[in-house]
Design a protein around this ligand. Structure first.
Ligand SMILES: O=C(O)CCC(=O)C(=O)O
Length: 328
């Protein structure tokens, strides 16, 4: 039952119940109590609008001016992987091949189209210790999120910059806020109840692949469903939500919710995200998806220790250690 018209983007629900669509609500109309009772306690996603004013467009020129020669770990995904059956993948997320580059060099890769063609992504790189951390929109949104009760971060603010990249279907063990700064993103969501129908990599895959492959990623393509290979996906698709996230908006993604995030178009798209301690804590305790991650992480220990040993013996020690740190 919809308690109000979400397209109005203005009023929060008067009472909480399962929403058939993802709400889009202006922060100025939402109190910390409403946010806690209708979204955080129930683990329900919501799009928050009017979080901050963008005094400067976070376009490529602005980002280059702010980030210049600072080094970031770029992920080299390669477009060919999306033609493959995901069951054949041996790396995913930050487990793919990476290379440290100055932002200025990455900006050139975006301008020349190479970042798009080769799907090179600046994913989950800390914003801390960059001038952007002190910028007005970041200060505004930090204050606004704190007013909504998001006061216990579980991570720093992270930058996600690229063109045409799809961050494949996965979930996180913390609550997250994905905040859009330039360009738009298409986000596909599924509730945690659909985990078995989304065919995640098994947790014991970590024994063989360490943290290069992750049991919190799905083996299906939600936009190209292969119902013969993955028949239970048909049931999951009934629970699918699609939203578009525009500059100035933030998507609250509760822990355990599956999400696939695609940058729209071939131009540069920039977001930041932050993870939060799950509130209330019991929601985390009852989240089966969280326990799968812990099991997988334990299984990854032997392989990760081996990779660490090899990194220490390698001539390229610093780079290898950085790659391992990024995977953790
Ligand atoms: O924006 C992206 O590419 C991925 C972001 C994400 O997965 C998240 O915020 O949890």
């Amino acid at each position: 039952m919809t308690l109000y018209d979400p397209s109005l983007s203005a009023q929060p629900p008067e009472a909480c119940s399962a929403q058939p669509t993802i709400d889009r609500i202006s922060c100025s109309n939402l109190t910390a109590n409403q946010f806690a009772n209708c979204y955080r306690k129930l683990g329900v996603p919501v799009i928050l609008t009017d979080l901050f004013n963008l005094n400067a467009d976070w376009d490529l020129d602005y980002l280059t001016q702010q980030l210049g020669d600072r080094e970031f770990l770029l992920r080299y995904y390669g477009r060919a992987r999306y033609e493959q059956d995901k069951r054949d993948w041996t790396s995913i997320g930050s487990g793919v091949q990476t290379q440290s580059q100055p932002f200025r060099t990455y900006a050139e890769l975006i301008r020349s189209g190479e970042a798009y063609q080769q799907d090179i992504y600046l994913g989950k790189c800390s914003l801390q210790a960059t001038p952007l951390a002190e910028s007005e929109p970041i200060a505004d949104l930090t204050a606004q999120l704190a007013e909504l009760g998001l006061q216990q971060p579980a991570s720093s603010l992270n930058l996600w910059i690229g063109s045409g990249h799809t961050e494949c279907l996965h979930y996180d063990v913390m609550d997250g806020t994905l905040i859009q700064l330039h360009g738009s993103k298409q986000v596909t969501l599924f509730p945690p109840s659909q985990t078995a129908n989304l065919y995640p990599y098994p947790f014991y895959a970590h024994l063989r692949h360490g943290l290069k492959l992750r049991s919190w990623f799905s083996r299906v393509y939600p936009n190209r469903p292969d119902l013969q290979a993955f028949p239970k996906l048909r049931a999951a698709l009934k629970h699918r939500h699609d939203v578009t996230l525009n500059p100035g908006e933030a998507l609250y993604i509760p822990a355990g919710w599956w999400h696939e995030v695609t940058a729209i178009g071939e131009d540069m798209v920039c977001s930041v995200n932050r993870f939060w301690r799950v509130y209330p804590t019991w929601r985390a305790w009852f989240l089966g998806n969280r326990w799968r991650v812990y099991l997988g992480t334990v299984c990854a220990i032997p392989k990760t220790l081996l990779q660490l040993g090899l990194a220490l013996l390698s001539r390229n020690r610093q780079q290898k250690l950085k790659e391992i740190r990024q995977m953790l």
